[in-house]
Every structure is written in C-alpha cells, then in structure tokens.
Write a protein that binds this ligand. Structure first.
Ligand code: FAD
Ligand code: FES
Ligand code: FES
Length: 493
C-alpha cells in the first residue's frame, strides 16, 4: 500500500502525501507549484479557464485529454501526467497554438486564453481534423467574456497550415519523454494508495483519508468497512459539491484506477458498460452503435466534463434531470450492484425510490450497466430541452420507445425527466397507446394523458405550466418527427 500519489506535471515527477493530496488540481498547480497560467473562474466546470491536459495509461501508453482542473482532485490523478499551459513551450518557443491565438487576435483580457489554448492543444493530441464544427465542439466548455468567439475559432482553423512536415506542429505530449513516465506508472499502478491526515479545526480533530483501490475486491472491502465513504468517479458532480456547497467528506474512495471496470462489451445484442467508462468513451461507442444516445451525449456538458464523468456517476447521483435516465428507463437497463454479498442486477425502473434515494445498499457500488440493443424496427427517440443548446443542464427530458406491428403500436415505453422527484415512466399513457394506430390524434390524446401523470415543480429553469405543456407537446413533436410518414413509408415499401 502506498501513502503517496505519483503525478508528473510538465515532465517533472511529484510524490504528494498528507494534507496536500486533498486539494483540487488547479489549487495544487497554482498554489503549490506556482503554475499560475492555469486560471480559475467558476470553480464548477462551466468555463474551461482551468483546462489542462491529463495523460493516463491506456494500452501501455499515455492518452491525453482535456480536463477542468478545478473539479479534478489530486486523489483522482494518481499515475497521470498533467500538462499545463506552461508545458506547451517547445524549444523555448511558444507553441503554434499560442502563436495562432496571437495572430488571430484571439485574446483580450486573456483570462480565458490558457483554457482555450489547452482545449485546442487537446485536439492536436488525438490528431483530430480541425473543421469549424469540430472546433466549435471542442471549445464548447470554454467561455470568453470579451474577445468574441470568431477570432478564437479562426485561430484554431488556421492551425492546419502549420501541419506541413516543416511546421513542427506536434502534440504537446510529444515534447516529454513518455517512456520514463510509462515505466514509472507501470511500477506503481498496481499498488493501491491510502493517504490521511489529522484535521484540526475550531477545537475539533478529524482524521481525513482517501483510498484509491486498483481492484474491485479492494474497493468492496473498503466500502464494507467504511459505509459512509464518499465515492468519487469522474468527480463532475461530487467535486462541484465540494467546491460550491462546501461539503467536506472525511473519507473518500476514488475509482479512477479501477481499470477492470473500464470496458464496453457487446454480446448477443446486449451491451454492458463498466462503471469507469467515461461519457467520451461511451459517446464513441454510440456513434457506431446507438445514434440516438450518441445525439444526447453530444449535447452533454462539454468535452472536459465528458472526459471525466461516467454513466455510473450519472445514475448514482440520482438527479431527476440526469440525461442518461430517460434512455435507460425505456430500454429497461439493468444496474449491476456489487457488495459484500456478491452481485445483483436491478432494473433501473426499480432503482430510484424517492428524490436522491436509491436501491443501492451502503456496502454496494455500481459496477456495470447493461441493456438490450433495440430492434432495427423499433422507434427510439430521446429529447433534451434546456435553456441553451450547449453546456446546459436539462429543463425537461424524455425517452420514447415504440414497437410497431401492422401499423399499430404493439408496445410503448415512455419516460420523462424533470417532471417529478425522480424520472417517471408513464404507465397510463403507455397503456393508452398500446394497440392504437399511429395517427396524430392518438398522440394528441396521449399527450393529454401524459400531462396528467406528472408532478412538475416551478424552479429557476421552468414553471410547472411550461413543463406540463411540454409533456403534452413532446408527443406531438415525436409523432411528426418519427411517425408522420409511417403509412406512406409502408405503402412505398
Ligand atoms: C459543467 C457541468 C455540466 C454538466 N452537464 C450535464 C449534462 O448536460 N447532463 C447531465 O446529465 N449531467 C451533467 N452534469 C453532471 C455530471 O457531469 C454527470 O452527472 C456525470 O455523469 C457524473 O459522473 P461522475 O463520474 O463525474 O460522478 P461523480 O461526481 O464522481 O459521482 C456522482 C455521484 O455518484 C456516486 N458514484 C459515482 N460512481 C459510483 C459507482 N460506481 N458506484 C456507486 N456510486 C457512485 C458518487 O458517490 C456521487 O454521489 C454536468 C456537470 C458539470 C460540472
Ligand atoms: S474554473 Fe471554470 S471550469 Fe474550472
Ligand atoms: S479574453 Fe477576456 S475572457 Fe476571454
């Protein structure tokens, strides 16, 4: 068992122990290492000023992605290489991405600039083709208050011209000797980490600790012993609570080194997704295999958040507006819970008991999620309604799955989010739809039933009446988008 974290920053090795391990990466960079090029504005993953590259061991090499360092805590970063804006310099010259920002006048006050530069640098890591669309997507998680986005996008789009052999446009990670780090990480990665310190505050004394297990066995054993442990996966929910609601977990378990849960398996038309799978990895899989979910994932937060956040975290966080839930409810997904008595599968429709109350027992963890791939003839549609399209929390979500036979609805499954304390299935509406023909009047009537089955509240995002009207209208929208020409298509066939 190790009592220190091993993190490289811009090629320099750091062993971190004791109280210093319990800070956010942005604080560590700025306060401990004096790397103040990384800025902090919102401290909740919304603005991207704090973006850095994080390289993790994947198949024997380091894979780099952009992360918001304000909501990554050091205990999530054992055995990683962090590259900050200071680490971009090559041969004592500023990096071509920085030069492009200068040339395009992509900066005014400059506070957001290191974040934009790092998000562009992240694109170079994967050698992604730089198009207006891909650049806009890559910069969704970065906000600028004064320059205006056009110059920044122009800066990114000017980069391909550097790509000639003589341009020297290299991913930033290539400026470091990865071999040494990979060997160091390989030596350390199979060893769990336990760090603690005694916190003395206002006359009270508390022992604060975290554990980074490498195997499920170690994780379950720790959870069994410390039932109130705060589990951290990507941290995109929990670290925001630490930063903004000032929760102070005394015992933490970080799942980031649990590689055995980082898998997506497809067998006999059943998909199984491990609890460590990030939204980015799931999104890549869905692009090929589940386009409807892929659409929703493309609207989910920003790249920095998708690189860290997990599907399991979205489920366990139990928010009624979590974007994965309408899909998982209508697909009848099952959650694998592992605890000291072994494994059990729970249908997601029975997983939530009340607001933030779930079926998961104190000794259990979510270890994977599985569902059947819908039949080709099924109609699956997912909706996310939010105040703005990108990087926004949902006001209302919906999942609709229909099985049709001979022009009639054989099976209907509907789930709405943002209309009650948990995501709701709509049994009355489903019963009404089953056996009915696919016509506009049927969906209009179904909409009225649906609006009677929900309990929306008014909050900052929307009023009760807005959400009630949406519950009705979404079914008419669904009819026009997915079923309007159903009879024409059948006749043509
Ligand atoms: C800027 C921003 C934008 C966001 N946008 C969206 C959005 O568009 N849509 C959306 O749905 N969400 C959004 N979120 C919320 C968040 O990103 C997601 O809920 C994400 O999926 C959480 O996953 P995580 O791995 O980061 O969870 P964490 O924060 O690590 O954990 C969340 C909760 O789940 C528990 N947990 C995690 N893993 C397990 C496990 N394996 N077993 C048991 N418990 C576990 C933790 O203890 C914690 O209570 C956003 C968050 C931010 C900061
Ligand atoms: S400071 Fe805004 S995302 Fe980190
Ligand atoms: S240049 Fe001022 S916030 Fe972007």
């Amino acid at each position: 068992m190790r009592n220190y974290l091993l993190i490289y920053v811009n090629g320099r090795r750091h062993q971190i122990s004791g109280e210093r391990c319990f800070q956010s990466l942005s604080d560590y960079l700025r306060l401990d290492l004096g790397l103040v090029g990384t800025k902090v504005v919102c401290a909740e993953g919304d603005c991207g000023s704090c973006t850095v590259l994080v390289g993790r061991l994947r198949n024997g090499e380091l894979k780099f992605e952009g992360f918001d360092s304000c909501i990554q805590y050091l205990y999530q970063l054992d055995c990683t290489h962090v590259i900050t804006v200071e680490g971009l310099k090559q041969d004592n010259q500023i990096h071509p991405v920085q030069q492009a920002m200068v040339d395009a006048m992509g900066s005014q006050c400059g506070y957001c600039t290191p974040g934009f530069v790092m998000s562009m640098a992240a694109m170079l890591e994967t050698r992604e083709t730089l198009t207006r669309l891909s650049v806009q997507d890559a910069l969704t998680g970065n906000l600028c208050r004064c320059t205006g986005y056009e110059q920044i996008i122009e800066a990114a789009l000017s980069l391909p011209k550097f790509r000639s052999a003589s341009s020297g446009l290299q991913p930033a990670s290539k400026g470091f000797d990865q071999k040494v780090m990979v060997a160091d990480f390989n030596r350390h990665a199979l060893e769990p980490v336990l760090c603690e310190y005694v916190q003395k505050w206002n006359g009270a004394t508390n022992r604060v600790r975290f554990f980074v297990p490498c195997t499920m066995k170690e994780a379950i054993k720790f959870k069994q012993k410390h039932k109130n442990v705060t589990v951290v996966a990507g941290g995109t929910d929990i670290s925001v609570q630490i930063n903004k609601q000032y929760i102070e977990p005394k015992c933490i378990m970080s799942l980031t080194n649990l590689n055995e849960l980082d898998f997506i398996e497809v067998k006999n038309r059943k998909v199984k997704v491990g609890a460590s799978v990030t939204w980015t990895k799931l999104g890549e899989f869905c692009q090929q295999n589940l386009s409807e979910l892929s659409e929703i994932i493309s609207l989910f937060a920003s790249r920095q958040i998708r690189n860290a956040g997990t599907l399991a975290g979205n489920i366990a966080n139990a928010s009624p507006i979590a974007d994965s839930l309408p899909f998982l409810h209508v697909i009848e997904a099952e959650i694998e819970l592992t605890g000291n008595k072994g494994k059990r599968w729970v249908n997601i429709n029975r997983f939530y008991h009340a607001y933030k109350k779930t079926e998961m027992a104190p000794d259990e963890l979510i270890t994977s999620i599985r569902w059947n791939i819908p039949d080709r003839s099924d109609i699956l549609k997912l909706y996310k309604v939010s105040k703005r399209k990108d990087l926004d929390i949902s006001t209302f979500t919906a999942g609709i799955l229909l099985k049709l036979k001979h022009g009639k609805i054989k099976k209907a499954r509907l789930a709405y989010g943002g209309v009650g304390p948990i995501v709701l299935r709509l049994p009355e509406t489903e019963r009404f739809l089953e056996g009915k023909p696919v016509t506009k009047s049927v969906f209009q009537h179904a909409g009225r039933i649906a609006s009677d089955e929900i309990f929306p509240i008014s909050d900052v995002r929307a009023s009760t009446s807005y959400r009630t009207q949406l519950a009705e209208n979404i079914l008419i929208k669904f009819f026009h988008e997915c079923c309007d020409n159903y009879h024409d298509k059948k006749e043509a066939a």
